[in-house]
Design a protein around this ligand. Structure first.
Ligand code: ADP
Ligand code: MG
Length: 569
C-alpha cells in the first residue's frame, strides 16, 4: 500500500488510492487537514497538529510551525531544550499522518508519494526524502505539487495535448506552474511564485484595517493576548467572507469591545495590493514557458486561500475565464499524490503516464570570457542546463583552455541565475588535466540532471577520450545516510502523545489558550473547569472521562464564542 502525502507549510494531508479513486484519510480528530505544527508537552511528549498549533500561542518556546521553509538548510529549532532539524519536525508530522492512515486502514503503511513545490531545490528535495525515512516511510517518489493537482483533476487521462496552469495560494506561499501533457507525458514547463505571499497576509491586512477603523487604541498592539484574539477573529472573518457577504471582527480588551464590520467589497479594497502581487508570477511563468495565455486549456486552483472569492475573481480576470475549482483547493494536492500512488501500484487504467519535472535552477560552470586582445574577465556563470528545463535532461558544451600552455581546466559547478558565478551557489568542482601537444584542446562537459535532483557532471577530454566525472548530491546542509539512521533511532525513542488521547489533549490545549485570553471571573471559571477536566483525565477511567470531555467541550465552545465579548468581572 502506497499513500499520497501533501506535506504543506501550513497544513498536511494523507490520502489513499482505493477502488479506483483517491480518498483523504482523517486524523484522530476526524479532520483531513493536520496543521504542520509540532509541540513538546510538559512531560516531554510530542504533540502534532491542532493541539500543537494551539500551543504555538500558549507555549511558543516549545512549539514550531512553518519549518517547511527551512527544509534543505541545517538550521536547528529548539523546542524547549531539545534541538530539532527541519527534517525531523517534518518527520514527526509525517509519522502522525502515517499513524492516522494505519489506524484507518488497519494495516501498516510503509511507502509514500510525498509532494513538494515545483521550485524545490535539490537540497530541499533530499531533505524531504530524509524526513520520509525518519518517519519510517520509504519515499516511493517526490511529486511536484502542481503535477499532483493536475492528476487530481484527471488531466492525465485526456486525449491529445493539454496545457494548463496551476495557481496555488497556500498559507504563506504562492506558486504558479505551467504544465504540459503531451503523448501521456506530463511536463512542468515553468514555475514561478512569491515565497512570502499567502492566506496569512490577508489576515494581516484585516488586522491593520481593524486598527484604522475600529478606534482600538494603538497601544493594544503590544497586548499579546489581545493581538492573538484579534488575529484569530480576523482569520474567522476572512473565512466567513468566503461563504457569506459580510462578517464582523470583534475584539475586546476587557474594558471595551472594538468592532469592524466588513463585506466582500471592503475586503477586496483592503487587499488590493496583495491581489495585485498575484499577477507578476503568473506572467513570469507564462513567459518562461513561452506560452501565450490563450493557449492554456485549463487553470487549476490549489491552496486554501483560493477559496476566497476575491482571489478567484482576480484569477478569473487575469485569465479571462473561470478556473477549475470543483475539488476543494486545499485537498487537491493530497488527492493527486494518491492518484500517483495508484499509478505506482500499477493500476492498469492509469499507468501509461510518465511524469517529468523541471530543473528549478540553472546549472552551469564558471568560465572566463575574453574581453578583447589578451584581456580576460573571470568568474562568469555559463549555464549548461537552463532553469525550467524538463528533466531528466542531459546537455553537453565544449570548453577550451584560455592559454596555449594551460595544463589544467578547473570546472567549478554552480547553481543559480546570477551572471557572476560567485553570486550563485557552488555545488562542487572537478579538475581536468589537458594533454599537451595535441590539436584539439577541447573538453566536453556533460551535465545530466535526473528526476531525483541528482546532478552528474562528466568531462571528456576530446583528444584522448579520457573521462572525469563528479556526482553532486552532497550538500553540507544535508544528513548522510548514517546520520539519518542514527536520528531515526533517536526520533523513535521520543515519547509521542498517545493517539487515543489526542482529542482530549487538543481540547485542553484550546482551553489553555482561551484561559490566557480571558480575565476576571470568566477566567476563574474556565480555570476551575480545566482543573476539573484534568482530574477526570487522571482517573484513567473512560466512564468518567467520556462524559467529562463532552461537558468540558461545551464549556470551551461557550468561552470560545464569547471570549471576545465577556466584560471584566
Ligand atoms: P499550505 O499549502 O500552505 O500548507 P493550505 O493550502 O492548507 O496551506 O492553505 C492554508 C490557507 O488557506 C490559510 O491561510 C487559511 O486561512 C486559508 N483558508 C482555508 N480555508 C479558507 C476559506 N474558507 N476562506 C479563506 N481562506 C481559507
Ligand atoms: Mg499547499
Amino acid at each position: 500500500m502506497i499513500v499520497g502525502i501533501d506535506l504543506g507549510t501550513t497544513n498536511s494531508l494523507i490520502a489513499v488510492w482505493e477502488d479506483g479513486a483517491a480518498r483523504l484519510i482523517p486524523n484522530s480528530l476526524g479532520e483531513v487537514l493536520t496543521p504542520s505544527c509540532v509541540s513538546v508537552d510538559e512531560d516531554g511528549s510530542i504533540l502534532v497538529g491542532r493541539a500543537a498549533r494551539e500551543r504555538l500561542q500558549t507555549h511558543p518556546q516549545h512549539s514550531a510551525a512553518n519549518f517547511k521553509r527551512l527544509m534543505g538548510s541545517d538550521k536547528t529549532l529548539f523546542l524547549g531544550k531539545r534541538a530539532f532539524r527541519p527534517e525531523e519536525l517534518s518527520a514527526l508530522v509525517l509519522r502522525s499522518l502515517k499513524e492516522d492512515a494505519e489506524a484507518a486502514l488497519g494495516r501498516p503503511v510503509e511507502e509514500a508519494v510525498i509532494t513538494v513545490p515545483a521550485y524545490f531545490s535539490d537540497a530541499q528535495r533530499k531533505a524531504t526524502r530524509a524526513a520520509g525515512q525518519l518517519a519510517g516511510l520509504k519515499v516511493e517518489r517526490l511529486l511536484n505539487e502542481p503535477t499532483a493537482a493536475a492528476l487530481a483533476y484527471g488531466i492525465h487521462l485526456r486525449e491529445g495535448e493539454s496545457k494548463f496552469l496551476v495557481f496555488d495560494l497556500g498559507g504563506g506561499t504562492f506558486d504558479v506552474s505551467v504544465l504540459d501533457l503531451f503523448d501521456g507525458v506530463m511536463e512542468v514547463r515553468a514555475s514561478a511564485g512569491d515565497n512570502h505571499l499567502g492566506g496569512e497576509d490577508f489576515v494581516t491586512v484585516l488586522v491593520e484595517r481593524f486598527f484604522e477603523t475600529s478606534k482600538a487604541p494603538a497601544a493594544l498592539r503590544h497586548d499579546a493576548a489581545f493581538m492573538q484574539r484579534l488575529v484569530a477573529q480576523a482569520e474567522l472573518a476572512k473565512r466567513a467572507l468566503s461563504d457569506s457577504p459580510r462578517a464582523e471582527i470583534i475584539a475586546g480588551d476587557g474594558r471595551q469591545d472594538y468592532r469592524m464590520e466588513l463585506d466582500e467589497a471592503a475586503l477586496e479594497k483592503a487587499c488590493a495590493l496583495l491581489l495585485a502581487r498575484l499577477r507578476s508570477p503568473v506572467e513570469r511563468a507564462l513567459r518562461d514557458a513561452s506560452l501565450p495565455l490563450a493557449e492554456l486549456d485549463n487553470i487549476v486552483l490549489a491552496g486554501g486561500a483560493t477559496r476566497m472569492p476575491i482571489v478567484r475573481r482576480m484569477a478569473a480576470r487575469m485569465f479571462g475565464r473561470f478556473p477549475s475549482c470543483e475539488i476543494n483547493p486545499d485537498e487537491v494536492v493530497a488527492l493527486g499524490a494518491a492518484v500517483q500512488a495508484g499509478l505506482k501500484m500499477r493500476d492498469a487504467a492509469l499507468d501509461e503516464v510518465v511524469m517529468t519535472d523541471v530543473a528549478p535552477y540553472s546549472l552551469g560552470v564558471s568560465t572566463t570570457v575574453r574581453i578583447g586582445g589578451d584581456h580576460f574577465s573571470h568568474g562568469h556563470f555559463d549555464p549548461i542546463i537552463e532553469r525550467n528545463t524538463v528533466v531528466p535532461v542531459s546537455r553537453v558544451k565544449r570548453y577550451f583552455p584560455i592559454r596555449d600552455d594551460q595544463q589544467i581546466i578547473e570546472l567549478v559547478v554552480y547553481q543559480g541565475e546570477a551572471r557572476m558565478a560567485s553570486d550563485n551557489i557552488k555545488l562542487g568542482q572537478l579538475e581536468v588535466r589537458l594533454p599537451s601537444g595535441v590539436e584539439d584542446r577541447g573538453v566536453d562537459v556533460r551535465f545530466t540532471y535526473d528526476v531525483n535532483g541528482l546532478l552528474q557532471v562528466e568531462a571528456t577530454v576530446v583528444s584522448t577520450k579520457e573521462v572525469h566525472s563528479l556526482v553532486i548530491e552532497g550538500n553540507p546542509g544535508l544528513l548522510s545516510e548514517q546520520e539519518i539512521a542514527q536520528r531515526f533511532v533517536a526520533l523513535s525513542e521520543l515519547k509521542i502523545h498517545p493517539r487515543d488521547r489526542i482529542e482530549n489533549r487538543t481540547l485542553l490545549a484550546r482551553a489553555e489558550r482561551l484561559y490566557q485570553h480571558l480575565r476576571g471571573m470568566p477566567r476563574e471559571q474556565l480555570g476551575r473547569e480545566i482543573t476539573g477536566f484534568e482530574t477526570a483525565l487522571e482517573s484513567q477511567d473512560q466512564r468518567v472521562i467520556v462524559p467529562a470531555a463532552k461537558s468540558f467541550r461545551d464549556v470551551v465552545d461557550y468561552f470560545d464564542h464569547q471570549s471576545f465579548l465577556l466584560p471584566d468581572a
